[in-house]
Design a protein around this ligand. Structure first.
Ligand code: DX5
Ligand code: ZN
Length: 212
């Protein structure tokens, strides 16, 4: 599955961009929310998600790079998110956050930063629907893929074993690194700059899936 990140989209016409991604065959729409505290960048809030919601029925794969996040979770739930992914590294009680997301019938994801080890996700395995492995230091699009994360992806694939948990990767995913992460076991690929720098979103998405 391909989950284009709108971080690299034209923010002056996000609704049209989201519609274009749907037409181009995106499986999810990846929405990178940054608070300027957990990561050194500030992007969009729940109000923007609310305003683009009517443009598509595609799954909103919302990646919250926010700390603390518990108190603002309800706003993202109400805004129309379908999957909400929070970070293992936050100061809130992660289990309370997961429970709030699931109580509202949304899918819950946990993301880990490059320096966080695979074993840290073990306590969440019975509770979550998705694991997001950051293959760049979170904060900005267009960064270089960290190939030292490939081993972690394989290890997490093993930890997931036969559970119904999606393994998503995010950061530096282009036509070359997409092949490596698929090989390592990822089944959802987030990609931003590669898609939005291409002339044809449909072609870019198809190539990222491995259909050259
Ligand atoms: C980092 C962001 C980026 C973005 C993808 O915090 O999460 O990884 O989604 O950006 P590209 O595909 O341009 O690396
Ligand atoms: Zn992301």
């Amino acid at each position: 599955k391909i989950s284009p990140s709108i971080l690299s989209a034209d923010f002056s016409k996000l609704g049209e961009e989201v519609l274009a991604l749907e037409k181009a065959g995106a499986d999810y729409i990846h929405i990178d929310v940054m608070d300027g505290h957990f990561v050194p960048n500030l992007t969009i809030g729940p109000g923007v998600i609310k305003s683009i919601r009517p443009y598509t029925n595609k799954i909103f794969d919302v990646h919250l790079m926010i700390n603390p996040v518990m108190n603002i979770l309800p706003s993202f739930i109400e805004a129309g998110s379908d999957i909400i992914t929070i970070h293992h590294e936050i100061s809130d009680n992660v289990f309370d956050c997961i429970n709030l997301i699931k109580k509202n019938n949304l899918k819950a994801g946990i993301s880990i930063k490059p320096k966080t080890e695979a074993k840290e996700i073990i306590p969440y395995l019975e509770l979550i629907d998705l694991i997001l492995v950051m293959t760049v230091e979170p904060g900005f699009g267009g960064q270089k893929f960290l190939s030292n994360q490939l081993k972690k992806i394989m290890d997490i694939k093993d930890l997931i074993s036969n559970r119904n948990i999606e393994l998503e990767v995010d950061g530096g995913i282009n036509y070359n690194t997409s092949k490596q992460v698929i090989e390592a076991g990822a089944n959802v690929l987030v990609s931003g700059s590669t898609i939005f720098s291409s002339k044809n979103y449909n072609e870019a998405i198809s190539k990222l899936r491995g259909n050259d």
